[in-house]
Design a protein around this ligand. Structure first.
Ligand code: DQA
Length: 158
């Protein structure tokens, strides 16, 4: 649990392609929650965890790669739902490996219950872990896990 001795952390939250359509997009799979609502929930939980949350959504792979590069020296960790790029993007995987910040991968849907092409993630091997299938809650669980991991590794190394 946070206490007064914790430093404020800064986490970059990246949302990949089509996630701007949440609320409208395939509600049977992704639910009714909008991206704005998810970002608000992340900010709320971030405050409880003494963590600033900066969110970016893009439908463009290069914009996401640039944001990952820019995260160095600005953020202590990355929470990412790469959307369909999860299953296709060596470039996003390489960018995450290059900056080497602790990263947690999240998905609203359970990608392993869905089509076979969604079962492989290029992000998973460069992430601390993955949370999949809990709707908006996946993001909140992911944020908590990421912050706990960063606090623990910082404490262990000091
Ligand atoms: C998703 C799962 C992906 O397979 C899909 O392409 C998405 C959303 C999810 O959050 O469940 O765009 O990442």
């Amino acid at each position: 649990m946070p206490n007064d001795t914790y430093e404020f952390l800064s986490i970059l939250v990246l949302h990949g392609p089509n996630l701007n359509m949440l609320g409208h997009r395939e509600p049977g799979i992704y639910g009714a929650v909008t991206l704005n609502e998810i970002n608000r929930l992340l900010e709320r939980d971030g405050q409880k965890l003494q963590t600033k949350v900066s969110s970016l959504q893009s439908n463009h792979e290069g914009v996401l790669v640039d944001a990952i590069h820019d995260s160095l020296k600005k953020h202590q960790g990355i929470l990412i739902n790469a959307g369909a790029y999860t299953h296709t993007s060596v470039a996003l995987r390489d960018a995450l490996a290059a900056v080497a910040l602790p990263t947690v991968e999240v998905h609203l849907s359970n990608i392993y219950q869905r089509e076979a092409f969604r079962h492989h993630s290029f992000i998973a091997p460069v992430a601390i872990g993955q949370i999949s299938g809990f709707g908006a809650q996946s993001y909140l669980l992911g944020l908590q896990a990421l912050v706990n991991h960063i606090r623990k590794t910082t404490a262990d190394s000091s």
